[in-house]
Design a protein around this ligand. Structure first.
Ligand code: SF4
Length: 63
């Protein structure tokens, strides 16, 4: 299954890791924000790496 939805739950510390790992999907505003309109399935490995690497585990996705 391909990733079709990505979101960031409350608790992001704006550490920047996800935007470093996958700048095509995550941008740091006050907190990490998922860029809309991206074909997330094109960045599956990076999204999973970002979710795995997030120190507070607030990156979620659905397939
Ligand atoms: S890796 Fe996690 S804590 Fe760090 S900016 Fe991204 S969502 Fe926020």
């Amino acid at each position: 299954m391909a990733i079709s939805k990505v979101w960031v739950e409350d608790g992001c510390t704006a550490c920047g890791l996800c935007a470093d790992v996958c700048p095509e999907v995550f941008v740091i505003e006050d907190v990490s924000t998922v860029i809309e309109g991206v074909r997330y399935s094109d960045y599956e490995a990076q999204i999973k790496d970002a979710a795995d690497g997030c120190p507070v585990e607030v990156i979620k996705y659905s397939e």
